[in-house]
Design a protein around this ligand. Structure first.
Ligand SMILES: C[S@@+](CC[C@H](N)C(=O)[O-])C[C@H]1O[C@@H](n2cnc3c(N)ncnc32)[C@H](O)[C@@H]1O
Length: 227
């Protein structure tokens, strides 16, 4: 089965990890991501920036970027899976959304902010995911940036049948003409966060995270043109 077919099967049958009183994990990750993104986007005029979200899913990350100041008129979303694209389009009818494989899109337009949020980890095939990375890099505007949020491990182990860790070494090699900044804000592994939330012990998360030994390797990497 090729990667896109596998993904279709996975997302069509997936039970969503929704926020609830007994599951604070989605909320926890959301707060962490917002905190790091605020640092990354600190000096940028978001109202004037053009934004391309590749593998936009159901549009949740786009909603976050709008809440941070990106103008809906300046957004383009690309999502391959029809079901997810339909949900995105329903949620965000006023933004430009394209239902296609990013590798099929010929548009040469450049963007100030490009994101691949957990997209490369969700592709098992190395040839495809690093081709997506290269193509995304070629779409960065002169002062623009590509933001990756992924699980990094240079051995590229399969995390399960639908996720493969991304090699930072390979990302660095592909981006050698660019400046790469790693935001190594770490997160406690999801199973511990979920367990602590269920027990009502979420206030312990920062302390256990501080120990580092139970942390995950998900983090942001920003790639931009050398200035
Ligand atoms: C793990 S989800 C992340 C969704 C979203 N970025 C988020 O953070 O909520 C990965 C998404 O990338 C999409 N995707 C993977 N390969 C793609 C490709 N070649 N072109 C367009 N979308 C793709 C998948 O369909 C899926 O919706």
């Amino acid at each position: 089965m090729n990667d896109l077919k596998r993904m279709e099967k996975f997302y069509n049958n997936r039970v969503k990890d929704e926020w609830s009183v007994f599951n604070c994990y989605p909320f926890f990750i959301d707060c962490k991501q917002t905190y790091v993104l605020t640092k990354i986007l600190n000096n940028i005029d978001l109202k004037e920036s053009t934004f391309l979200d590749i593998g936009a899913g159901e549009g949740n990350f786009i909603l976050k970027m709008i809440s941070l100041g990106i103008s809906p008129n300046n957004i383009v979303a690309i999502e391959y899976l029809k079901n997810r694209y339909d949900l995105l389009h329903k949620k965000l009818p006023n933004i430009k959304a394209i239902n296609d494989d990013f590798l099929n899109i010929d548009d040469e337009k450049k963007y100030d902010i490009i994101t691949l949020m957990a997209v490369l980890t969700s592709i098992i095939d190395n040839e495809i995911r690093y081709a997506i990375l290269e193509k995304a890099l070629s779409r960065i505007s002169e002062n623009g940036m590509l933001i990756l949020y992924d699980y990094f491990d240079d051995e590229e182990p399969l995390l399960n049948e639908n996720y493969r860790a991304l090699s930072l070494k390979k990302v660095e090699a592909i981006s050698k003409k660019y400046k790469l900044i790693r935001y190594k804000d770490v997160y406690l592994r999801s199973k511990y966060v979920k367990g602590l939330c269920k027990l009502g012990l979420q206030s312990l998360i920062p302390f256990i995270e501080f120990l580092k030994i139970f942390n995950d390797s998900y983090h942001f990497v920003v790639i931009e043109n050398e200035k």
